[in-house]
Design a protein around this ligand. Structure first.
Ligand SMILES: *Cc1c(COP(=O)(O)O)cnc(C)c1O
Length: 395
């Protein structure tokens, strides 16, 4: 049995999204900047996609800039807000300790350029509170950037509350909503969001295309110089097919959100209940405010990498920590940020589900994971030391 349980890394494209793209690889290959008919047809498709995406987010089409994905949108939002802050002598930024590297590495670079960054503690409930943001805001704060939902451990942050605090304080609020878009309700007006990043391949759309929403009146600078595409905010011939696929996928995800959430949450809760039975294990992430598809555990006395390889042999695609860090020996910065010690963080497993998963697949996971964990513990010198009392259990 093949089970794809790594939907936080990427998703299978929906048939609707694939079909929405095909004409723009085929007949309608014109450049949207060209004045003749097939160029204008491509331009029309582009603007139609922009309108539909804006409707899904509750903003106006002019507030949408198309990018190459979530990473680029995060970079542009943060760089832009930092640049505007610096012009006013404001060089303090607030974020959380468990952001995606697209955010953390952009901020690291800004620290080298004289910005000061506050990383909010995420150990309590594996989440932050809006009060933590409020307490961290200073007169020189130019930006608050917190993710909408965490890609590794599934915690959903209190976005409307953070938005309200930032709006009152006159601080720009950006959210990396890559894990939320198409999965959780978004309305940038009601939620007081100034800037928002999303990426199509996390909701059954194509890879290499995303959106940066930037509220009217907030200046946005381009990272890429060139032509006048995207009203000068992002040069380069538009990814017409990708953008059309993204619009179709987002509309489809939003139309079916309620039904998908119900289905996926039930699968998730069955998995969590089953895997919690494994001795010396712990659930990572906020147990209450949690993405419908996220299951993240640490198992003491094993190596996540070995677990993944053995699960792969049983047809299960899963992840340990984030896709970006697998292949490196450092444990996930997210697991360390929530307070897991190195040894425990190394024994992590993330299963991220979508509405394409079935009950039979969940049963296959529930049979396979405990078997593999027992097998690995049976060979582990660390596990032997834990059992003989030479080493203390942490979980
Ligand atoms: C996947 C992801 C990104 C990066 O998006 P890309 O389109 O792959 O560049 C950023 N933030 C979060 C939370 C993600 O899950």
């Amino acid at each position: 049995m093949k089970v794809y349980a790594d939907n936080a890394a990427t998703t299978q494209m929906s048939k609707t999204a694939i079909n929405a793209m095909l004409p723009y690889f085929d007949n309608i290959y014109g450049n949207p900047s060209s004045l003749y008919t097939i160029g204008q047809e491509a331009k029309e498709a582009l603007e139609n996609a922009r309108n539909r995406i804006a409707a899904c987010l509750g903003c106006t089409p002019r507030e949408i800039t198309f990018t190459s994905g979530g990473s680029e949108a995060d970079n542009q939002a943060i760089r832009s807000a930092a640049l505007n802050g610096a012009k006013k002598g404001k060089k303090h930024i607030i974020t959380t300790a468990f952001e995606h590297h697209a955010v953390l590495h952009t901020l690291k670079r800004l620290e080298g350029e004289g910005f000061e960054v506050t990383y909010l503690d995420v150990r309590h409930n594996h989440n932050i509170t809006a009060q933590q943001v409020k307490d961290a805001i200073r007169p020189d704060t130019c930006l608050v950037t917190t993710m909408y939902a965490n890609n590794e451990i599934g915690s959903i942050l209190p976005i409307p509350e953070i938005g309200e605090i930032c709006r009152e304080a006159g601080v720009v609020f950006h959210t990396d909503a890559v894990q939320a878009a198409g999965h959780l309700p978004i309305n940038v007006v009601d939620q007081h969001i100034d800037m928002l990043s999303l990426s199509a391949h996390k909701f059954h759309g194509p890879k290499g295309v995303g959106v940066l929403y930037c509220r009217k009146g907030i200046p946005l600078t381009s990272l890429i110089d060139g032509g006048a595409q995207e009203r000068g905010k992002r040069a380069g011939t538009e990814n017409v097919a990708g953008i059309c696929g993204m619009a179709a996928a987002l509309e489809e995800a939003c139309a079916n959100m309620e039904e998908n959430t119900k289905k996926v949450t039930a699968l998730r809760d069955k998995l969590i209940a089953g895997l919690s039975q494994i001795p010396h294990s712990a659930l990572n992430g906020d147990p209450v405010h949690r993405l419908p598809g996220n299951v993240s555990f640490c198992f003491e006395g094993i190596e996540g990498e070995s677990l993944l390889l053995l699960l792969d042999q049983k047809g299960i695609s899963a992840s340990s920590g984030s896709a970006c860090t697998s292949g490196s020996l450092d444990p996930s910065h997210v697991l360390l940020a929530i307070g897991r010690v190195h040894d425990v963080a190394h024994g992590s497993l993330r299963l991220s589900l979508s509405e394409y998963n079935t009950e039979e697949e969940i049963n296959h996971i529930l049979k396979s994971v405990p078997e593999v964990v027992s097998y690995l513990r049976g060979m582990s010198p660390v596990w032997r030391d834990l059992q003989t009392g030479k080493r203390q259990y942490i979980l």
